[in-house]
Design a protein around this ligand. Structure first.
Ligand SMILES: [Mn+2]
Length: 355
């Protein structure tokens, strides 16, 4: 079933339609990236509504499943379809339609608005399972990041700054075909590695530092996410010990990425291992998250989350240990759920590497 067919299956009858106005969801269903329009999905049809600026590109690029309709006034065009198709009720996205937009929709549309239909939630649940094309795009984004990082590592040495490495990496991601960076790149070294979401500074890298890269690219709208922690010049015994605990936790969690397990099983595997080594207090975030058209999307990978893993989900596995004022280590890969052996979407080795 296509994504649109899954959404159509959610519609209770032929008199109810779904109005998708968030840009990301509109792109998801139409495969077309545009703004200021909407997607209207009825039980048997789907319409991509866009204005003059997008019409040519939409007709060329949008999914063959959608009928492209140009509007002068969006709400007039929606009303025309509502009337023609005898639509009585309209589901709207409860998580993204603002209060102001809701008032506007109420004023302008001639169907009853269903503001608590669970449409946003249902779309999140549909998006959580990636098809082959989506997996390919996520993987492509990952390869771009890997190529950029591999080249960057030639330049990482004592004397460079965190910020220089961030700027250079962003440049390389563009050079290798990324449309943009997936989030503000985290390139932190030395004591700054204890900040899970540290911002690159002018700190000058020294021999014996850890250098953490939490990085990702976007390719055709799809994100990638990876973290590697390298040692610059050499690593102390304590650095090696902490690295190994995180590495083993990452591997233990990866073993639990099996269809039928819950995301809690994955988180608990990493968390229990880190706790058993006495560092539980220094692992304060969840083990992972879904990745797709957004860098953080469903499911959450945390001990209280009961999502059952299914084939086609893409989640990260990213435990870490952060010792304030000293250093931190995080190792992260994206995994595709596939039966009882998840596919690691990253190719860059995870063993401790001295650069
Ligand atoms: Mn992540």
């Amino acid at each position: 079933m296509s994504a649109i067919e899954k959404l159509q299956a959610f519609l209770p009858d032929e008199h109810t339609a779904a109005l998708v106005t968030s840009e990301i969801n509109a792109r998801y269903f139409t495969l077309f990236n545009y703004t200021d329009g909407a997607v209207l999905v009825t039980k048997h049809e789907a319409y991509l509504l866009c204005d003059f600026r997008y019409i040519e590109a939409a007709q060329k690029c949008a999914s063959a499943e959608v009928t492209v309709v140009q509007f002068k006034k969006l709400y007039d065009t929606i009303n025309d379809i509502i009337l023609e198709k005898n639509i009585k009720s309209l589901m709207i996205e409860e998580e993204t339609v603002t209060v102001a937009r809701l008032a506007e929709l109420r004023d302008c549309l001639s169907a009853e608005l269903l503001s608590d239909s669970g449409l946003s939630r249902r779309i999140r649940a549909i998006r959580v399972i990636k098809n082959a094309r989506e997996v390919e795009l996520i993987t492509k984004a990952q390869r771009i990041t890997e190529r950029a990082l591999t080249e960057l590592l030639n330049y990482v040495k004592p004397g460079v700054t965190e910020r220089e490495m961030s700027v250079e990496l962003e440049h390389l991601i563009h050079v290798y075909g990324g449309e943009r960076i997936a989030f503000e790149l985290i390139t932190v070294a030395g004591a700054n590695t204890s900040l899970p979401h540290g911002v690159p500074t002018d700190y000058v890298v020294r021999d014996g530092d850890f250098f953490t890269f939490d990085i990702g690219s976007v390719y055709e709208g799809y994100h990638s996410d990876m973290t590697r922690t390298f040692a610059v010049g050499h690593a102390t015994d304590k650095m090696r010990e902490i690295y190994d605990v995180v590495y083993q936790a990452h591997l233990q969690a990866a073993e639990k990425i099996v269809a039928g397990n819950t995301t809690a099983d994955v988180d608990i595997a990493a968390r229990d291992y880190i706790e058993s080594k006495g560092y539980g207090a220094y692992f304060g975030h969840s083990t992972g998250h879904g990745v797709g058209l957004e860098i953080h999307e469903d499911p959450r990978v945390y001990k209280t989350d009961t999502t059952v893993l299914k084939d086609g989900m893409v989640i990260t596995d990213e435990p870490g240990i952060y010792l304030p004022g000293e250093f931190g280590v995080r190792i992260e890969d994206m995994f595709l759920v596939q039966g009882d052996k998840a596919v690691d979407l990253a190719l860059i080795p995870k063993e401790l590497t001295i650069i």
